[in-house]
Design a protein around this ligand. Structure first.
Ligand code: C5P
Length: 397
């Protein structure tokens, strides 16, 4: 077998508080066998010293284009020696400069002069992230073929809470490694449902469940990484869609069904990850139901089974279902797979899965069952997508 040569990364650090995470990222990339050359902007050096990065990488850090002792091409040469440039953290300012093709310091020049892929990990205050200008710049980077990793949602250095945190170093290292994996499903169209549904009882109340959408969103990200075009139909969740997916937001199962019917026509693979409510209220009240001393009876009627509908189409896509059971996983999951006529069903224990960051999966298909041991949902989603790609190709699709 051909020996894969070590990937060479030019790690660019820009001036944000998340720069401290770049030291850990550098360590993790090197642990994966990658060769890393660090370049820092002037502002980055205010947050973390080049000495730290030099010590960890074992190489002098590039900070200026003016102290070149070579051929005077310091603003170009390092990018030629890289398989990818990774900017982590990428500040709002640096993203703006990338979007406009500015080259007014060493790192921005290296990015403009590159002939290799560029990956950026945004890190900024939530208002800066949400600002129309930043969103415009991110859209421009995506249109230019730049890979955008994150950002994440959570507590920020400023004390505010929201989107804009840089992904943790471990997740970034995984994303960068995944970027170099061969694409298994280039150009394939994958439709994914994710999150819970919300079935209205009245104007303010409803029936829903504790699904966070994390697994479905991770599967969407993993599908993108395999080169697929992804449509993500999502119930109400507090997650940002992975950049590059076509997102469709829905609330109820009926809306999810409608959105799936609209997009299923030209899709190659359908993955139902959503925790769709089995029932809806027969006649939701338009007004808030007033409290009374007596009991309240709600009539519930079954929702359409979206996955079963798709799987029984005359020319169905390759269908993958999820089954969350609280007991007898193997027996119930295999029953469900047969009942819904699915080539592949992913089983998990509801009490371990719902809302958590970690999970354990069991894959059921014609060849039997296969365990994906406990791991974070992104790791599992990547392993699952590899399995789906294998089975999809095996099905002669
Ligand atoms: O039958 P059960 O709800 O356990 O099946 C779970 C699988 O079926 C999941 O893949 C889920 O997304 C899908 N499903 C659906 N529409 C429903 C109920 C479940 O697509 N109404």
């Amino acid at each position: 077998m051909e020996q894969q040569s070590a990937k060479r990364i030019l790690l660019g650090i820009t001036g944000g508080i998340a720069a401290y995470k770049a030291a850990e990222l550098l360590r993790l990339l090197m642990k994966q066998g990658m060769e890393v050359q660090v370049a820092m902007t002037e502002a980055a050096c205010q947050f973390i010293t080049p000495t730290t990065m030099q010590g960890l990488s074992g190489k002098p850090v590039l900070t200026s284009q003016w102290n070149d002792t070579g051929n005077g091409m310091a603003h170009i040469n390092p990018s030629r020696a890289a398989d990818a440039i990774v900017i982590a953290p990428a500040t709002a300012d640096f993203i703006a400069r990338l979007a406009h093709g500015l080259a007014n310091d060493l790192l921005s020049s290296l990015c403009l002069a590159r002939n290799c892929p560029l990956l950026v990990a945004p890190a900024m205050n939530r208002e800066m992230w949400q600002n129309a200008a930043t969103q415009r710049n991110i859209a421009q980077l995506l249109a230019d073929g730049v890979q955008v990793l994150g950002p994440d949602c959570g507590v920020q250095a400023c004390g505010e809470q929201g989107m804009g945190r840089m992904l943790e170093a471990e997740r970034l290292a995984q994303d960068i490694a995944a970027f170099f994996q061969p694409r298994q499903l280039p150009g394939k169209r994958i439709l994914i449902t994710a999150g819970p549904t919300y079935e209205a009882i009245d104007a303010v109340r409803g029936i829903t469940n504790r699904s966070s959408g994390k697994m479905g969103y991770a599967v969407a990200q993993a599908a993108l990484e395999q080169g697929a075009e992804v449509v993500l139909v999502s119930g109400p969740v507090a997650l940002a869609k992975p950049p590059g997916v076509q997102g469709v937001d829905v609330v109820s199962a009926a809306q999810m069904f409608e959105a799936v019917q609209q997009h299923v026509g030209d899709c190659d693979i359908f993955i139902g990850v959503a925790a769709v409510a089995d029932y809806r209220v027969a006649q939701p009240s338009e007004q808030k139901i007033k409290k009374s001393a007596g009991s309240l009876t709600l009539e519930l009627v079954p929702n359409p089974d979206i996955l079963a509908h798709v799987a029984s189409l005359p020319h169905p896509p390759f269908c993958v279902g999820f089954a969350a059971e609280s007991e007898n996983l193997a027996e119930y999951a295999e029953q469900k797979r047969r009942a819904k006529k699915l080539p592949l069903l992913v089983g998990n224990l509801a009490q371990q899965a719902i809302g958590n960051d970690d999970n354990e999966l069991v894959l059921f298909d014609d060849s039997g069952s296969h365990i994906l041991p406990r791991a974070d949902k992104f790791t599992l989603a990547r392993q699952l997508m590899q399995h789906i790609a294998l089975r999809y190709k095996g099905a002669g699709k």
